[in-house]
Design a protein around this ligand. Structure first.
Ligand code: PEP
Ligand code: MG
Length: 581
């Protein structure tokens, strides 16, 4: 009988394979007291295990393929740093000596001590470092117990691969799996922003995380189907289910091939209206996929990802190289760099001497994003200089996040002027104006649009945050996720107002939140007058397909009806009508 296990969808796609349950070395750990004379031997075993894991991390870093996202190297480095911390590399040896116990037992005790300390921390990013510690302890434990790190056998047959099921998978493990026949990942823990999720997406492997007790419920060798989009793992599926998923998988592959043919097709609606399709990126490496799908530009470069998973701030030159890589790759197409948008779920790993957004009672409403940059002009100016320098290589725009007041706009524009002057003093003249725009993601901005349109060159609606703030729904809190409603009348009203305000002021407006990439709302947005979408590269051709099939006069009246009602049932009806038009 099919067992359906639900989790969090973090990487799309369908995979079918045999479950390879990767047991935890930290279970059934031998707990033994040792004689005083055996203490040096246990300490030596511990040192050797730590050294083996460090050597393994170093060798992984050395052999990373050229196309590996820079973030992977940073993650491996972070793990090496954590493992060298005396709390992990020395304290277990003290426990061995004090309590006269074997190395495995000492390691488990120290892990529990550290986990307790981390669990008391409120900051979600720091709490997530708890997972890094557990992953490292697991690797040291495996080494102590002589286990193979990633025991992936060869392909089961030419069509099937393995579905790796584990309590958790560390970034280092995941890199080792790169060239192995692993079709999907299923883990007991993790969230959409966990490292496992980030890497699964960058490796393009379907993954479902947060499948509570998955690794104890799934048996080794069982047939498994992973539907990454739906966030579900089907174990031991009936023949009918299996056949259905084989069909879905083949259809998905066909539809990807078919969509790829649209890459060079001009994006015009069926009635001839030109629509711009741009892409969102997190890291410079993502630009490869953007070029492959023929995007019109980069509508959102989330620059904060250059600042994450490291202990220091990236220098102006380092940032310049990142922006320059993207500008060069886009060959004359516009690159929109959003300035540092830190805070809430996007936090830093910095040393004490470096500034970082201070912990706030409510991180989504605290000193985040543009507020933090304006409070830390040195960091802001460094980034602005790097962006301005990159603008000498091709068209670049500056996008300011979380804008809520005219003062923030004016101060930001002043800093851009200051950065320009600083470059001039160094003999670097940035003469052409670099357009400056703002994210519309705080209700105050969406309700005072002339405040933005009178001062800025373009707008980009960040629906992820706009919905969070309009509906007061924390976008990372699973317990209220069902209330996160992009079709709420208040959200639709603000979206429509923003698009129309841009039209009136004759400045471009795009939508760059997740809504822009959701094909279910593409026609709704087109009907509201949106002519520029910025989406993840993997969604761009799906959106294009809908645009090509849309005749605007067929949907515009219905969309107006949706905007005039407060009744969710009528909005749902309009959604159905326009999808069938
Ligand atoms: C948004 O808020 O919609 C957005 C695009 O920005 P982020 O998801 O990075 O907050
Ligand atoms: Mg946002």
């Amino acid at each position: 009988m099919t067992l359906a296990l639900h989790g969090i969808s973090v990487s799309r796609g369908i995979a079918i394979g045999r479950a390879l349950v990767w047991g935890s070395a930290s279970h059934d750990v031998p707990r033994m007291t040792v004689r005083a004379t055996d203490i040096p031997r246990e300490q030596g075993r511990f040192d050797a295990a730590v050294a083996e894991v460090l050597a393994e991390l170093a060798s992984l870093r050395k052999d990373l393929p050229a196309d590996t996202p820079a973030e992977v190297d940073a993650l491996l480095n972070l793990h090496a740093l954590i493992l060298q911390d005396p709390a992990l590399s020395e304290q277990p040896k003290v426990l061995i000596a004090e309590r006269k116990i074997n190395a495995e037992w000492a390691l488990i005790i120290q892990k529990e001590n550290l986990v307790d300390q981390f669990e008391a921390i409120e900051d979600s990013y720091l709490r997530e470092r708890n997972a890094d510690i557990q992953q490292l302890v697991e690797r040291v434990m495996k080494s102590l117990r002589g286990a193979q790190i990633v025991p992936i056998p060869d392909r089961t047959d030419e069509n099937e691969s393995w579905v790796l099921v584990a309590h958790d998978i560390s970034p280092a493990d995941m890199m080792q799996l790169r060239d192995r026949p692993v079709a999907a990942f299923v883990t007991d823990v993790g969230g959409a922003t966990s490292h496992t999720a980030i890497l699964a997406r960058s490796l393009n492997i379907p993954a479902v995380v947060g499948v509570v007790h998955g690794s104890s419920m799934i048996r080794h060798g069982e047939m498994a189907v992973v539907d990454g989009k739906a966030g579900v793992a089907l174990i031991d599926p009936d023949d009918i289910v299996l056949e259905e998923y084989r069909r879905k998988k083949a259809l998905l592959a066909l539809s990807r091939q078919r969509l790829q043919r649209l890459k060079d097709t001009e994006t015009l609606t069926a009635c001839g209206q030109r629509v711009e399709l741009c892409a969102n990126i997190e890291l410079p490496e993502d630009v490869k996929q953007v070029v492959e799908v023929g995007a019109d530009g980069i509508g959102l470069f989330r620059s904060e990802f250059l600042f994450m998973n490291r202990r220091d701030w990236p220098s102006e030159d380092e940032q310049y190289e990142s922006y320059a890589t993207v500008v060069r790759a886009m060959k004359g197409r516009m690159v929109t760099v959003r300035t540092l948008d830190l805070g809430a779920d996007k936090t830093l790993q910095t040393d004490e001497e470096h500034a970082a957004p201070p912990p706030s009672t409510n991180t989504a409403l605290g000193l985040r994003s543009i507020r933090f940059c304006l409070a830390e002009p040195t960091i802001f100016l460094t980034q602005l200089r790097a962006i301005l320098r990159a603008s000498l290589l091709g068209p670049v725009r500056i996008l300011l996040p979380m804008i809520s007041t005219a003062r923030e706009i004016q101060q930001s524009i002043n800093y851009i002027g200051m950065a320009r002057q600083q470059l001039q003093l160094r003999g670097i003249a940035v003469e052409d104006p670099v357009p400056v725009g703002a994210m519309v993601e705080v209700p105050a901005a969406a309700l005072c649009l002339p405040m933005l349109t009178s001062r800025l060159d373009f707008l980009s609606v960040g629906t992820n945050d706009l919905i969070q703030y309009v509906l007061a729904i924390d976008r990372v809190d699973a317990s209220v996720a069902h209330m996160y409603d992009p079709l709420h009348p208040a959200v639709l009203r603000l979206l429509h107002d923003t698009i129309q305000a841009g039209k009136k002021a004759d400045i471009p407006v795009s939508v760059c939140g997740e809504m822009a990439g959701d094909v279910k709302v593409t026609r709704l947005l087109l009907g509201m007058g949106l002519r520029c979408f910025s989406v993840h590269a993997s969604q761009l051709l799906d959106v294009k397909e809908v645009v090509l099939k849309t005749t605007l006069p067929d949907i515009e009246k219905a969309v107006l009806r949706a905007l005039k009602t407060h009744d969710p049932a009528r909005i749902a009806l309009v959604m159905k009508q326009i999808s069938e038009a």
